[in-house]
Design a protein around this ligand. Structure first.
Ligand SMILES: NC(=O)c1ccc[n+]([C@@H]2O[C@H](COP(=O)([O-])OP(=O)(O)OC[C@H]3O[C@@H](n4cnc5c(N)ncnc54)[C@H](OP(=O)(O)O)[C@@H]3O)[C@@H](O)[C@H]2O)c1
Length: 303
């Protein structure tokens, strides 16, 4: 007689209307081992539940009703410049909401994975191991370090996943710091200077989503899956390199774009915060899609 393992687990994905959250929800929904519920706020659609995560009661209600085994906490304000202008509003979503979610999860023994950033590092001494001390240069990075600490303080068995600049299926070019460059690439009549100093590791959201599902499945078997993890692509690109790669992929001239070595911005950003991903690699989890290939599919609808 053949036995089929019918065990499914429940996963709650916050920020499921966002760039990364959409990919995470899709990844879990594609697996028969998971029942997934995605949360959103201003962009809640039919398949997403509208919950304001800054409202403690609303958070408690959804966690207690859905009773997830795993919560992937992807919701956040992540615009460095918005955060510098509105630190109070940012604290409500990036810290208070994280506290509410972790406490509600802890009460029902659900595991939380908090999504963090490579901007917790100053970028002076890469690559960064999970054990390296953060030293953020901007309010976004500082808030994420606090979010990591409070997550692990509520329950030291919880996880933190730091990721670098992301790209993937977008709702508009400006949704990702990577795809926004394509507007300049396409506008061949306007000369543009594009940053060629800061080194980045643009990573496809589908790769991160795969790693998150695999890590969650391992956590259900192994309590030692806890603490800080890193995942990132390993191809280094400046924004200027990304723009040239996009132009070449679509046969667009690069005569109107030039490398900018000055790196001026309203908030400090690390020059190179490459993440050492060996902790996840050593678990046998690995997915890295080539930038030059994935970016073509992502940008095709915006030609
Ligand atoms: N994008 C990157 O390059 C990058 C790089 C490193 C780390 N990260 C981290 O990765 C995670 C996901 O980023 P992302 O790029 O997917 O962000 P995103 O596209 O800006 O999405 C943010 C999400 O947060 C939700 N949200 C905001 N305020 C909310 C509230 N009060 N209640 C409930 N939900 C709320 C938004 O919902 P609505 O839109 O429906 O309101 C949206 O789903 C974040 O933690 C971010 O810090 C991102």
């Amino acid at each position: 007689m053949q036995f089929i393992n019918m065990t499914t687990h429940r996963v709650l994905v916050t920020g499921a209307s966002g760039l990364l959250g959409r990919a995470i929800l899709k990844e879990f929904k594609a697996s028969s081992s998971w029942e997934a519920l995605g949360l959103a706020f201003s962009r809640a659609r039919a398949d997403l539940k509208k919950v304001d995560l800054t409202d403690r009661k609303a958070v408690n209600d959804v966690v207690n009703e859905f009773k997830p085994d795993v919560i992937i906490h992807s919701a956040a304000e992540r615009s460095v410049d918005v955060i510098e202008k509105d630190p109070e509003g940012t604290k409500r979503i990036n810290l208070d909401a994280t506290q509410f979610l972790c406490e509600a999860a802890d009460a029902i023994n659900a595991w939380v994975l908090f999504i963090s950033t490579d901007y917790v590092f100053d970028g002076k001494n890469p690559p960064y191991k999970v054990t390296d001390e953060p030293n953020p240069l901007n309010l976004y990075g500082k808030g994420k370090v606090e979010g990591e600490k409070l997550t692990l303080k509520v329950n030291s068995g919880y996880g933190v996943l730091r990721v670098p600049v992301l790209y993937g299926e977008i709702e508009k070019l400006s949704e990702s710091a990577v795809t926004v460059l394509f507007s300049k690439v396409k506008d061949t009549s306007t000369k543009s200077l594009i940053d060629a100093k800061q080194q980045r590791f643009p990573t496809l959201v589908d790769d991160i989503a795969y790693v998150i599902r695999e890590l969650s499945e391992k956590k259900l078997q192994d309590p030692e899956i806890k603490g800080i993890f890193h995942w990132s692509n390993n191809e280094v690109y400046t924004k200027y390199d990304m723009a040239v790669t996009m132009a070449k992929a679509f046969g667009i001239s690069t005569e109107h774009i030039a490398p900018d070595m000055s790196s001026s911005s309203t908030a400090n950003r690390p020059d190179n915060s490459q993440l050492d991903c060996s902790r996840i690699e050593n678990l046998g989890i690995n997915k890295r899609t080539k930038f030059s290939e994935a970016i073509v599919d992502v940008l095709k609808p915006y030609l």
